[in-house]
Design a protein around this ligand. Structure first.
Ligand SMILES: [Zn+2]
Ligand SMILES: [Zn+2]
Length: 350
């Protein structure tokens, strides 16, 4: 009994000391400095020593809202170089939080020009500028990508000038403000300076979007296909033959139909009907993965993106008995593929 009382009084003393300490300016300052250093420094989890092909989901949702998730964004790291495929709304918040080293970001690649794939381009422009970009931001995309970047340049011209005047030419030179937009073409490799890396865009059908692409990325024997937004017409399946990882968008007709039944506005009901005809269903995504013999299927841009485990379970029902090796991504899902073996490691970046 005496021992118990001693332990309790010791614990109470520690608790009181803790309470008093946390209100001490010295203690607060020390804790704060450690926290601030963690926010602003370090490139981990990027640029580790092992030579790998990595995929990080920097935005897992479709335009239908799902709190805590960003719109479409897939980061690919090949060795030390980083390429970012799409930058939907919220994805830049994630990339800043993940402490992406912008000098290592070699280009942004856009699958198509729906807003949920391009909205955060201006934030990428600012972040890369602040971190010492020495040329306009490279953006690869479909026909018309130059109009998108020109539009952003016009909209942000005053912002460029304000920041240049405030921080100076050495810090934010106007000579590198803006974008270098390059149109991609079906089945034509994208030039890059990363040893061992091939990026192959291929046209997909996302009608009425008149130009939409998926990408196949190969790095020293490891392979990834990113579907972008598309119907299932056999194209993604063709390019996905035997790849390590297929990152595929998917719609649940079941869930979208249930949402239509309870939609409070006729406009929402119509949109939920219209979107069904230009996306791949979750069942089709499973069939594509199975028939093209991919090692792992990673679902992103889920429509709707599940908000809880029941919704997730209903979303995944059609794929349950079709294909085993799949996962439904979240923001921060990371897939690591070392180049010297066939391993596929899936974890989270945060
Ligand atoms: Zn989309
Ligand atoms: Zn789209």
């Amino acid at each position: 009994m005496k021992k118990i009382l001693i332990v309790i009084s010791f614990a109470v003393s520690i608790f009181i000391i803790g309470l008093v300490s946390i209100n001490s300016h010295t203690v607060q300052d020390r804790i704060l400095n450690i926290g601030l250093k963690n926010i602003l420094s370090g490139t981990e989890p990027f640029l580790d020593r092992e030579d790998t092909l990595k995929v990080v989901v920097c935005g897992s949702r479709s335009p239908l809202p799902s709190p805590g998730r960003a719109e479409a964004c897939i980061l690919v790291e090949a060795g030390d170089d980083i390429y970012i495929f799409d930058l939907g709304n919220g994805s830049m918040d994630n990339l800043v939080q993940y402490q992406v080293p912008w000098p290592n970001v070699k280009a942004i690649l856009i699958t198509h020009m729906h807003s949920d794939h391009i909205a955060d381009l201006p934030d990428a422009h600012l972040q890369s500028w602040v971190q010492g970009r020495n040329a306009p931001l490279m953006v690869y995309g479909p026909e018309g990508i130059n109009l998108v970047t020109k539009g952003f340049e016009l909209a942000y011209l005053a912002d460029y000038q304000y920041r240049n005047e405030h921080h100076g030419d050495d810090m934010l030179p106007m000579s590198v403000a803006g974008y270098n937009a390059i149109q991609i073409r079906d089945n034509k490799l994208i030039k890059n300076n990363t040893p061992g890396l091939e990026i192959l865009p291929f046209v997909v059908d996302h009608y009425p979007v008149n130009s939409a692409f998926g990408f196949k990325i190969s790095y020293k024997g490891r392979t990834v296909v990113i579907s972008g937004d598309t119907i299932h017409d056999g194209t993604v399946q063709k390019y996905s033959k035997d790849v390590d990882l297929l990152v595929h968008s998917a719609i649940s007709i079941d869930l979208v139909e249930r949402m239509r039944e309870v939609a409070p506005l006729p406009q929402l009901n119509k949109i939920l009907f219209d979107i069904q005809d230009y996306h791949t269903t979750i069942k089709e995504a499973g069939e594509i993965a199975r028939d093209s013999n991919v090692k792992h299927l990673l679902i992103y841009h889920a429509i709707p993106t599940p908000r809880n485990t029941i919704m997730e379970s209903v979303f995944l029902r059609p794929i349950e008995n079709l294909f085993e090796d799949f996962s439904l991504s979240d923001d921060g899902t990371r897939v690591i593929m070392p180049v010297n073996n066939n391993e596929i490691v899936i974890d989270r970046i945060n």
